[in-house]
Design a protein around this ligand. Structure first.
Ligand code: ATP
Ligand code: MG
Ligand code: MG
Length: 569
């Protein structure tokens, strides 16, 4: 369990519980089902569900599905899968679209209160009338319609009498406000589009600020956590909650009670925090959708994608991602975090949880000339060097082995402590071998290393502790299972792929070496991994058995992370 950061939102919650402002806290994670969740969303998920768990409150998963055209059930399902995989459970699964009738009644109430009106200005005219940061806006000529006329027009909007874009319902606040969000923001627009949850029932759809604030209040949310760009929307959020005043107007939400949804409307407090950003990747849904639809990656769960589905397939652990966001903490300071920090958290988690195995991914044959052709042994290896509870396994050993090609150098560079002609190296768990002969093919490539094993250095023998500088890993050629190993690297080769100031876009910065597929050999115990099992291949890194392609007979492993941060120079 990670050390908890004393961040400001945690402190607000603690204070609110201590003062008795709330007996219990309620949070929510409100994704728009218009794409897959990514690592940035995970920050919000960890924060909302994490606080609820920590303070024994509850957290809802709410689909913020008020914008009909971009939404899809595929996303709705993926989002639920991803939140669960991250290790969280929602108290209630809700859809903002289930509240459409309540929003509608609330809008009628605002009209009756004289604080909302139907406007006939076009979108372009609305923009023109809005003014700028330095210039106040102007009142719409429709602003002073009577309450009766507004009620009639809004009911006719709802009945489908008006074309898309021809009318909006606007809050009547202040066209001269210093906060542009308060210059009579739209509450409803006409859109005759089918909705994935409500079908053709509604020709009008509520705008984000209106729907979001009322949804929070309806669900009894106490702390509504959102990203910094909504700071300027907070006065509008509060305006909607206060004017509609659901808590004191049960008639407004009576349709939900009939539908069996218990509600105790609250006066939620919106609190903003900075977005989580990572370098070497993009996280806008629009760009991620483009990567998928233009086949620049192999789908949403391509192991190079920053989506939750992608990093899961890559082998990142949910615990590692939670640890990462806990380490980063929560503040109002915008920053971009180095991808190596995330990889470090995943590595720290895997170090404690992944059993060790032997695999060779760029094989060259090593023959031990002083053992019989038929020599067969079973060596006992610990599964984890620091945790005995992982137990041991037997690793077959024989006369012919595979070792990594790069563990031998015919002309060794300075400081090379592995195998070289006439040199010695320790074979992990076996003993010391000396390379007597290097066999090459016609092209001059090394195909075999012929070595003698110093039998006196084997376990239990007097020379077992004799020191040599290097230790290398191996697998038994006769017993090892051929495996496909996918070596992943960053999808982009620049720190900020979003930066298009040089005229190049993120698509111009795709790393051509972000995936390398090699054919290697793994010890039988590694082949026996189940899909999504993670292991450390000693000296190579952490790997996961691919969740779709791996089988015991034809193992497929994805590299999660290397053992050390190899990216930093
Ligand atoms: P995009 O702009 O890519 O479409 P979004 O913010 O619109 O993303 P939503 O589905 O609306 O995506 O987001 C759901 C929740 O996740 C929101 O509360 C949002 O603030 C939060 N969220 C999204 N991206 C991040 C991020 N990078 N860091 C922290 N929270 C985020
Ligand atoms: Mg959004
Ligand atoms: Mg957005």
């Amino acid at each position: 369990t990670p050390v908890l950061q004393q961040h400001f939102i945690r402190q607000i919650v603690r204070d609110d519980l201590a003062s008795g402002k709330h007996a219990v806290i309620h949070t929510r994670f409100p994704p728009e089902p218009n794409g897959y969740l990514h690592l940035g969303h995970a920050k919000s998920i960890c924060l909302n569900f994490g606080l609820a768990g920590e303070f024994t409150g509850t957290c809802n998963l709410r689909f913020d599905d008020t914008n009909p055209s971009k939404e899809d059930v595929e996303y709705v399902e993926a989002i639920q899968r991803d939140v669960k995989w991250l290790g969280f459970e929602w108290a209630e699964l809700r859809h903002a679209s289930d509240y459409f009738e309540v929003f509608y009644r609330s809008a009628l109430k605002l009209i009756r209160l004289g604080v909302a009106y139907v406007d006939d200005l076009s979108a372009e005219e609305v923009r023109e009338y809005r003014g700028t940061l330095t210039e106040p806006g102007r009142n719409s000529p429709y602003r002073d319609r009577s309450i009766e006329e507004n009620l009639d027009l809004f009911q006719r909007m709802r009945a489908g009498e008006f074309a898309d874009g021809s009318k909006t319902l606007r809050a009547k606040i202040d066209m001269a406000s210093g906060n542009i969000n308060l210059r009579d923001p739209a509450l409803y627009r006409v859109r005759k589009v089918r909705h994935q949850n409500t079908g053709d029932a509604w020709p009008i759809y509520p705008m984000y600020d209106f729907a979001h604030s009322l949804s929070d209040a309806l669900e009894g949310i106490t702390h509504s956590l959102c990203t910094l760009e909504f700071e300027d929307h907070r006065p509008l959020y509060d305006w909607c909650v206060d004017k509609v005043d659901l808590a004191n107007d049960p008639e407004l939400w009576e349709p939900l009670v009939e539908a069996g949804l218990p509600t105790a409307p609250s006066k939620p407090r919106q609190i903003e925090f900075s977005r989580g950003n990572l370098n070497y990747t993009v996280m806008s849904k629009r760009k991620l959708i483009t990567l998928v639809s233009e086949n620049l990656v192999d789908g949403w769960d391509d192991p190079r994608m920053p989506t939750i589905a992608g990093v899961r397939r890559r082998g990142f652990t949910a615990a590692g991602i939670r640890l990462f966001w806990e380490r980063i903490g929560v503040s109002k300071q915008n920053s971009t975090i180095d991808m190596s920090v995330l990889e470090g958290a995943v590595r720290d988690d895997l170090d404690g949880t992944a059993p060790r195995r032997l695999a060779v991914i760029d094989p060259v044959r090593l023959v031990i000339t002083n053992l019989d052709e038929a020599h067969a042994e079973s060596l006992t290896f610990p599964n984890h060097p620091k945790d005995e509870s992982f137990g041991t396994r037997s690793v077959p050993f024989s006369r012919e082995l595979w070792i990594e090609r790069e563990d031998f150098a015919e002309v060794p560079p300075k400081g090379f402590h592995r195998l070289k002609p006439d040199g010695e190296v320790r074979l992990r768990g076996v003993g010391i071998v000396r390379c007597d002969e290097v066999i090459k093919d016609a092209a001059g490539d090394i195909v075999e290393l012929r070595c003698a094993l110093d039998l006196d250095t084997r376990s239990g023998m007097p020379g077992a502790d004799r020191k040599v500088k290097g230790t290398i890993h191996w697998v038994s050629a006769r017993d090892a299972v051929p495996a496909v190993v996918r070596l992943y690297d960053r999808l982009f080769d620049v720190t900020d792929p979003d930066d298009d100031s040089d005229g190049k876009t993120y698509k111009d910065h795709l790393n051509p070496n972000s995936r390398r597929i090699v054919h290697g050999y793994v010890e039988p115990a590694a082949a026996g991994a189940d899909r999504e099992d993670r292991v450390q291949f000693e000296r190579l890194g952490y790997f996961v058995a691919d969740m779709h392609d791996h089988t015991h007979a034809s193992p497929v492993f994805n590299r999660v992370v290397t053992l050390r941060d190899s990216w930093a120079k």
